[in-house]
Design a protein around this ligand. Structure first.
Ligand SMILES: Cc1ncc(COP(=O)(O)O)c(C=O)c1O
Length: 348
């Protein structure tokens, strides 16, 4: 790996207490190009603009995938990643679906570790602070032919983050018209276009006062699938229910971790389809205790209300919240506060 250190750090100009998510980037980035049928020697270089031919394939046909993960600093200054191999596996699943060549595991892992250690001053300790890591690949071949590119760029950029969605009201709109994904499509892949396609329906929901959309199945809009960047859990009585992952739903790493920890806490977890009607029925019978989202950005976030068929439903806050217990257990592993019986925490 070639490394060029940035001699002009900008860290002194950053106000770490006032960060807008994803708008500030560290001093370095990781770059690896694919050409002539192979990934070339990776580089870490100063963070900078890149130049692209206007015909670069990703700009026209959206052959682009990404990952989202975080590094955390403990009180002793050690930096940790959380289940990074899962991100590598998922990246390559996304690549396969989008006809992008898979990225080698050792380039991914060594690239992440080296990049984070070079920019480790940017990872701040303390609850909710992290360094958001964004690996991504896009088709860079200059060509408007509607066929898979022969050239790609893999990059990792890093952005210091505080926990977001900190505000305690979190209302979602249950999708009744638009869909995020359909059977046989690319919903399970972290394909760039999956996200761009949500902006319009999400902005309509936000105009009505909701923070996000919870997507339902594209056929009937009856079954709960997931939110824009989170999987969804519903607690009915003392049972936690979450939809099975399938070819429409992203296989979230926070979701998997929450399922494992919940089971180990003795919580009954059901991985099954759940309809919005069942949720409303449970709410009316006072059996609906919690709904929450799970994803890297927020870890776990309680949903305080939802809109469906022009009616708003409110959830009461409860004392023994699974959302709070699971968030605490996951973040204590991430920040090296608790034991990690699962070996999920990887030192940088
Ligand atoms: C569509 C979607 N669902 C769920 C998730 C949660 O996945 P993870 O827990 O791996 O961040 C994400 C975020 O990456 C996402 O983009």
């Amino acid at each position: 790996m070639k490394i060029e250190i940035n001699k002009k750090t900008k860290i002194d100009r950053i106000d770490f207490n006032n960060l807008d998510f994803g708008e500030t980037f560290t001093d370095h980035m990781f770059v690896c190009d694919y050409s002539n049928g192979k990934w070339n020697t990776p580089e870490i270089i100063p963070y900078q603009s890149i130049s692209l031919d206007p015909s670069a394939s990703a700009l026209h046909y959206g052959q682009a995938v990404f990952e989202g993960m975080k590094a955390y600093k403990d009180v002793n200054g050690k930096v940790w990643m959380f289940r990074p191999k899962e991100n590598w596996l998922r990246l390559n699943k996304s690549c396969e679906r989008m006809m992008i060549p898979g990225f080698p595991e050792d380039y991914f892992m060594k690239g992440l570790k080296k990049l984070i250690s070079i920019d480790s001053e940017w990872v701040k300790p303390g609850d909710g602070n992290s360094l958001y890591l964004r690996p991504f690949i896009f088709a860079s071949q200059p060509s408007v032919q509607a066929s898979p590119s022969k050239e790609y760029k893999f990059m990792i950029i890093c952005s210091p983050a505080k926990s977001y969605y900190s505000n305690s009201v979190f209302n979602v709109l249950i999708a009744e018209k638009y869909s995020r994904a359909a059977d046989g499509g690319v919903g399970y892949a972290k394909a760039a276009g999956n996200y761009g396609a949500q902006f319009y329906p999400t902005s309509l929901a936000q105009e009505q006062g909701y923070q996000q959309v919870v997507w339902t199945d594209a056929n009937e809009h009856k079954f709960i699938e997931e939110a824009g960047t989170m999987n969804i859990f519903v607690r009915i009585g003392d049972t936690l229910v979450t939809a099975p992952t399938n070819n429409r739903i992203l296989d979230g790493i926070t979701r998997k971790s929450a399922i494992q920890i919940a089971k180990d806490m003795g919580i009954n977890v059901e991985i099954r389809s759940i309809t919005i009607d069942e949720i409303i029925e449970a709410l009316k019978n006072r059996m609906l205790k919690e709904i929450f989202g799970a994803g890297t950005a927020v870890v776990i976030i309680p949903i305080t209300g939802f809109g469906y068929q022009n009616t708003d439903y409110k959830l009461q806050s409860i004392k023994d919240s699974y959302a709070i217990r699971l968030k605490k257990a996951i973040t204590e592993i991430q920040y090296n506060i608790s034991e990690d019986p699962y070996n999920w925490r990887i030192e940088v």
